[in-house]
Ligand binder design. Structure first.
Ligand SMILES: [Zn+2]
Length: 405
């Protein structure tokens, strides 16, 4: 009796889902015994044995020798644990910033291989020149750490702006000299591996979900605060992208009709007041040119009345906008992700208190708001995390259809 194509397709889909769940359980646990994978996933012990045998044969996971500790013993025999095999794949996460391309190389376990930074000669480039620069920076990162570009299994690129990651399309980004660019294909012709493009704030949300404070949280928001202001929305465990891939453009929500000119071309956007460049521009307008974020903070600490007024306005707009987000989405957690090591001028206790005061109040614990000071590698780490997720999905798919274990 022959199986119908439909039955074979269904069986293969079930197998793929089983592989994905087993690999996810191993990644989540760090190291885990087969019996615990079965318990966590609800997959039968026999199927877990078959699926882990496949994953071992493909080199995606590896055994950890039991150490004979009492806790690892069962019926007198040490239990063998399984873990993701770091050497299985090499991935790169690249973030295009104002003047710099930062590349982070990671292995399949998420361990860092090394980072590399290349300066950009211009802020806005042609799509071809930007793609060349990203691939060259990635090649330089590989070379700097004794690896070859050809070893990469995936490259994820994070861009600021209105980026439709699903379609690989850039509606608008300050890194490109034109609007509406199908940028993923331009990159793909230059890279030796699959390329994934994503809005940079979504990547930070991914990193929080996979490796950070968002682990195991179904509904959370990540607000990235730096040059601009971005938002990654995780709703019911999934990144929410919107119909055109443009959801979460918190920095371009309007805080005042008309208002200051934003780098997106519209007026009155939140980041034109509260983003790093917005603060600099408002200070320059008021006769204090050349102040960066550190300069603004220092001027406030010195009691400069102009800067104090500009920061007070920015904090008011930011707190109101954030409170509106909390009221609309009712998240369990809000993560304010900043690139600085120390305190960011928008993330003061007073601002967080104002957000709580302005948010919808109900008879339940309020939304938790935390500040995560990532340091300057925030974006590249997000891109690397997303590269791992996408390469893992490809590795799970790669099993030949209909083949039994
Ligand atoms: Zn704008």
């Amino acid at each position: 009796m022959r199986d119908s194509p439909e039955r074979l397709a269904e069986a293969s889909d079930q197998r793929r889902q089983g592989r994905a769940r087993v690999l996810a359980a191993i990644r989540r646990a760090g190291a885990i015994a087969r019996v615990d994978i079965a318990r966590e996933t609800g997959i039968s012990a026999a199927t877990v044995t078959a699926l882990t045998a496949e994953l071992l044969a493909e080199g995606l996971i590896e055994r950890i020798e039991p150490e004979g500790r009492a806790g690892a013993m069962r019926r007198g025999r040490p239990r063998e644990a399984l873990k993701v095999r770091g050497a299985a794949r090499l991935m790169a996460g690249a973030k295009v910033s104002h003047r710099v391309i930062t590349v982070l190389l990671v292995d399949f376990e998420g361990a860092e291989i090394g980072a590399h930074e290349v300066r950009r000669s211009e802020i806005a480039s042609t799509p071809e020149a930007l793609a060349d620069a990203i691939v060259a920076a990635t090649a330089a990162a590989c070379a700097a750490h004794g690896r070859a570009l050809s070893e990469l299994s995936g490259l994820c690129v994070g861009l600021a702006g209105h980026v439709d990651g699903g379609r690989g399309h850039v509606h608008w980004s300050s890194a490109l000299d034109r609007r509406s660019v199908d940028f993923a294909p331009v990159l793909a012709t230059r890279a030796p591996c699959p390329v994934f493009l994503e809005n940079d704030a979504n990547l930070v949300a991914k990193a929080e979900q996979l490796f950070g404070r968002g682990r195991g949280v179904a509904d959370f928001l990540v607000v990235t605060i730096q040059h601009g202001i971005g938002l990654g929305l995780v709703v019911d465990g999934r990144l929410h992208r919107g119909a055109r891939g443009c959801s979460g453009e918190f920095g371009h929500t309007k805080v005042t009709a008309g208002g200051a000119l934003c780098q997106c071309g519209q007026r009155g956007c939140l980041e034109a007041y509260a983003g790093g460049y917005g603060l600099s521009a408002r200070a320059a307008e008021a006769g204090l040119p050349g102040l960066d974020l550190d300069g603004v903070s220092a001027a406030e600490a010195a009691g400069d009345p102009t800067v104090c007024r500009i920061l007070s306005e920015a904090r008011g707009y930011f707190a109101t906008g954030l409170a509106n987000l909390v009221t609309v989405f009712d998240p369990e957690l809000v993560i304010l992700a900043v690139e600085t090591e120390g305190t960011h001028p928008l993330c003061t206790p007073e601002v967080l208190e104002e957000v709580r005061r302005l948010s919808l109040s109900v008879d339940a614990p309020p939304t938790e708001i935390i500040v995560h000071a990532w340091g300057d590698r925030m974006w590249a780490e997000g891109a690397a995390a997303y590269a791992i997720e996408r390469v893992e999905a490809l590795a799970v798919e790669r099993r030949p259809l209909g083949q039994s274990a």
